[in-house]
Write a protein that binds this ligand. Structure first.
Ligand code: GLU
Ligand code: MG
Length: 450
């Protein structure tokens, strides 16, 4: 397949594209959308389309939470498409895609817009000569509902199995072709450990590019899976008895063009500045969890022994450490960190806005980094590896108490997120673990299979 040309309104129009889906991601990680004709895209960039601020009061099941401060009928925002990120969604049907940011009707940026916040933090970091690159890894389950409506793996075959690849080769081909047609760069694809689970590693980019790429690729994956008659589940824990789906994020950091996570004399080859970044991320992890794992079901995934890394430790190539350092000598790629706790309900713009703010704070006020942990932190003497918050209520309390994240996100967004977290805690308060897993089993299908 020839490489498609760079997408502009003109090239897409020539290629027969007709519609643009403009998405943004709300507080509970759901991508929301307005569609415009391609011919009206320039207006959607310049003046935007209307979107009520109430959409950040939507709970994870879709309903407006009446106690959320944004649960009111008044006010309107303009969702403006970012022309520089216009892309193909599905060529044969003429659908294009672009991420959007919400503005006040006056034209001022909306203070509680998640993508805008990521952009601001990126600018702040770049002004200090620091550049963070991020790349997401996506895991998902390809499934059909069983008699009870629970996800049943649709493609047989073992963990990392070539048998599963061959059983699902039409699926793999359709997906990889669709990703190429959509212009989504990726590094690796494989059948994951869990039954019917697949994984895609996206190419790294700036925080905005990485978050956009994640949103875009999940739409493509959802679409291709549906076309083949199955559903995908990105739920952090589609079934209690099986492994969960992670949305790990890889990070590399340069200052004045020099990579900070390598070339130093500290453990793992960390430079002093790299150690300081790691120390800051480690310290802030309980608060970051409120963004990385924003649903009640997220905490069913974060169990020891499932490589979801629920301990507040770092390690060199340790897959049970919440922060895994992958040194440069392993694969000649720049040394990078893997934040393993994150799942797909995380709003990627918020997560990366927060990670950038913590990175900058770490560089400005360096703190000592504890030694790395090797082996399974669960097997260390009691008290030596701290468990991260075990529930959304705990993570939300840590998020509420983080002056750093409040400053980074701004009071309006921080407050709105706290209200969304409280709504999610209330939604799930009376549910057993099984009911909770069932309620969110088909995420990102908000409300399930219906
Ligand atoms: N499925 C695991 C998770 O929930 C991750 C497995 C891996 O390390 O790739 O995050
Ligand atoms: Mg994986």
């Amino acid at each position: 397949m020839p490489k498609p040309s760079w997408p502009t309104v003109e090239t897409l129009a020539e290629e027969g594209f007709r519609w643009v889906a403009i998405t943004w991601v709300n507080n509970v990680g759901a991508p929301l959308v307005k569609v415009v004709p391609l011919a009206a895209f320039d207006a959607a960039v310049a003046t935007g389309v209307g979107f009520s601020p109430v959409a950040d009061a939507f709970g994870a099941a879709g309903a407006i939470d009446p106690q959320h401060p944004l649960a009111r009928p008044d006010g309107d925002l303009r969702l403006r498409a970012d022309a520089s990120a216009l892309a193909r969604l599905e060529t044969h049907s003429g659908w294009a895609w672009a991420p959007g940011e919400r503005f006040e009707r006056s034209g001022a940026p909306y203070a509680a817009d998640q993508r805008h916040r990521c952009r601001l933090q990126q600018k702040r970091l770049n002004e200090e000569g620091v550049e963070l690159k991020a790349g997401f890894e996506l895991e998902w389950l390809v499934a059909i509902p069983d008699a009870q409506g629970a996800p049943q793996p649709a493609v047989p075959g073992g963990p990392y199995g070539a048998d599963r690849l061959i059983e699902g080769l039409d699926y793999a081909s359709a997906l990889l072709e669709a990703l190429q047609a959509a212009g989504i760069p990726w590094l690796q694809f494989h059948p994951e450990y869990g039954a019917g689970q697949f994984e895609l590693s996206l190419a790294p980019g700036t925080p905005l590019e990485a978050a956009d790429r994640l949103v875009h690729s999940r739409l493509v994956i959802q679409r291709v899976t549906r076309r083949l008659g199955w559903h995908c589940s990105f739920s952090p824990k589609p079934r209690l008895e099986r492994v969960g789906n992670g949305g790990h994020v890889h990070l590399s950091i340069c200052r004045d063009g020099v990579p900070l996570l390598q070339g130093g004399a500290n453990p793992g080859g960390l430079s002093d500045a790299g150690s300081a970044v790691l120390a800051a991320l480690l310290k802030e992890l309980p608060a970051l969890l409120g963004l990385a794992c924003p649903l009640a079901i997220s905490y069913q995934r974060l169990a020891p022994g499932s490589w979801s890394a629920p301990f507040q430790v770092w390690g060199i190539e340790n897959r049970e450490a919440a922060l895994r350092l992958i040194p440069t000598d392993a694969d000649a790629a720049p040394a990078h960190l893997e934040l393993k706790v994150a799942d797909h309900a995380a709003n990627p713009y918020l997560l990366l806005a927060a990670v950038q703010a913590v990175t900058l704070a770490g560089l400005k006020e360096p703190q000592p980094l504890p030694p790395p942990v090797s082996g399974d932190p669960a097997k260390l003497p009691v008290g030596s590896a701290v468990r991260l918050p075990g529930s959304l209520a705990e993570a939300s309390a840590a998020f509420a108490g983080s002056a750093l994240l409040r400053e980074a996100l701004g009071d309006a967004l921080h407050g709105s997120l706290l209200a969304s977290q409280a709504a999610e805690v209330r939604r799930c308060a009376g549910l057993s673990d099984t009911e909770l897993a069932a309620a969110d089993a088909w995420w990102p299908l908000v409300g399930g299979l219906g």
